[in-house]
Design a protein around this ligand. Structure first.
Ligand code: PLP
Length: 412
């Protein structure tokens, strides 16, 4: 019965949807509750994925739902021809939770980075005809439109699309020497764009010394610093923004994913000296910052600023790291553990898909990236019982894998 339902969904998917996402996992979620998801057959799963770090408040936060329902009843969209009070409130909250500046709302992380690239170029070119280059880092991920794809220093993302946008220099991540060398042609460099934890690249955490060098140099030379907080922002790392861990303030942050708690919305927030380069007509989007999207932003930000919300994120993080270290001590299957807050990755000794499928069979949703890095990114407000339940499943399947692998080796 269950399998026939999913078979029909898969057949319809093949008939009507583009195949750019490859073979999807054979589950169609139909509802969520707290940190749990329910599939087409009403089977219940623990969510350690949050729809790629999007469902920051899980699936049934009462204040978030109330704000969205209330907004739907009032108005969803009016356009940027008119003032929009929800947009103003959301922008004010972003400023108050980051640094003074101005916000432009867009619809995704890609679009936020696209806007950042345009802003940095416009600013750089206003200083010198040659100043439009942006440094980004190997294994970064900034998006898939032409600008953000070109900023993404991964060949596989560029493949098949012909010439990418000029004006990007790719440097190795966490390599101070290479950065210093690149700074020798600093006359051309308008900006440096970086993820402080490379998410899609494999949960690679930036070294504090590396970031210090970049920010000190850029601040001295008037080079714009852009921190891509699309995956790390909005409480994911245990602070509202990941840059706070490094004692720096960027000139620009780009935000999306958890920002709307599931409603598609992105934003670029920049210091005033830069924001003024978005002159009338220089950039825009029809949907950007509509009433519903920005009501969601305000609801999410108010929630994560509630007393003890981030402390709970940090407690949950500590619990997961402790459990992972414990599992690692019992199994060679885990090769490395890294991350911050609830943005956690562990490297395993084989491609990640097998473990992801095994976990799904046991009703746990996890994800992998960069071939063999398993990502744990539960809703930020997940409770300790659900965390324990998920970690118990993970431990069981990893330790069983160990036994199976040892048995297989014995047979060889
Ligand atoms: N920047 C980072 C760091 C990301 O992780 C992603 C998506 O994974 C993007 C940008 C692109 O965001 P979106 O998929 O919303 O366009």
């Amino acid at each position: 019965m269950g399998s026939s339902r999913i078979s029909k969904i898969i057949a319809n998917d093949r008939e009507y949807l583009c195949e750019n996402y490859g073979e999807r996992l054979p589950i169609a979620f139909t509802k969520g509750d707290g940190s749990y998801l329910f599939d087409q057959d009403n089977k219940k799963y623990i969510d350690f994925f949050s729809g790629i770090a999007v469902n920051s408040l899980g699936y049934s936060n009462p204040d978030y739902k109330k704000a969205l329902h209330g907004q739907i009843d009032k108005i969803i969209h009016s356009s940027n021809w008119f003032h929009n009070q929800e947009q103003i409130e959301a922008a004010k909250l972003i400023s108050e939770n980051s640094f003074p500046g101005k916000t432009l709302f867009v619809n995704s992380g890609t679009e936020a980075n696209e806007a950042a690239i345009k802003l940095v170029r416009k600013y750089g070119l206003s200083i010198s005809r040659k100043k439009f280059e942006i440094i980004t880092f190997k294994d970064s991920f900034h998006g898939r439109t032409f600008g953000s794809m070109s900023a993404t220093a991964q060949k596989k993302i560029h493949s098949g699309f012909g010439p990418i946008l000029p004006g990007f220099t790719y440097l190795p991540f966490n390599d101070i020497k290479a950065f210093k060398k690149a700074m020798k042609k600093d006359g051309k460099i308008a900006g440096v764009m970086i993820e402080l934890i490379q998410g899609e690249g494999g949960i690679n955490v930036a070294d504090p010394d590396f970031i210090k060098e970049i920010f000190e140099t850029c601040n001295k030379k008037g080079i714009v610093t852009i921190v891509d907080e699309v995956q790390t922002g909005i409480g994911r790392t245990g602070k509202v923004f990941a840059y706070e861990h490094y004692g720096i303030t960027p000139d620009i942050i780009t935000i999306a994913k958890g920002l709307g708690g599931g409603i598609p919305v992105g934003a670029i927030h920049s210091k005033n000296y830069l924001a003024q380069y978005f002159t009338p007509g220089s950039h825009g989007t029809t949907f950007g910052g509509n009433h519903l999207a920005t009501a969601a932003v305000a609801a999410v930000l108010k929630e994560i600023r509630k007393k003890s919300f981030l402390a709970k994120v940090n407690n949950s993080s500590e619990y997961i790291f402790k459990r992972l270290r414990d599992i690692k001590s019992k199994s060679k299957y885990i090769v490395g553990i890294r991350g911050l807050g609830l943005h956690i990755g562990f490297e395993i000794a084989e491609p990640g898909l097998e473990l992801v499928k095994e976990a799904l069979k046991h009703k746990l949703v996890i994800n992998f990236t960069a071939n063999n890095v398993i990502r744990i990114m539960p809703p930020l407000n997940i409770d300790i019982d659900s965390l324990k339940e998920g970690m118990d499943i993970l431990e069981k399947i990893i330790l069983e894998k160990n036994i199976r692998d040892e048995n297989t080796q014995d047979k060889d």
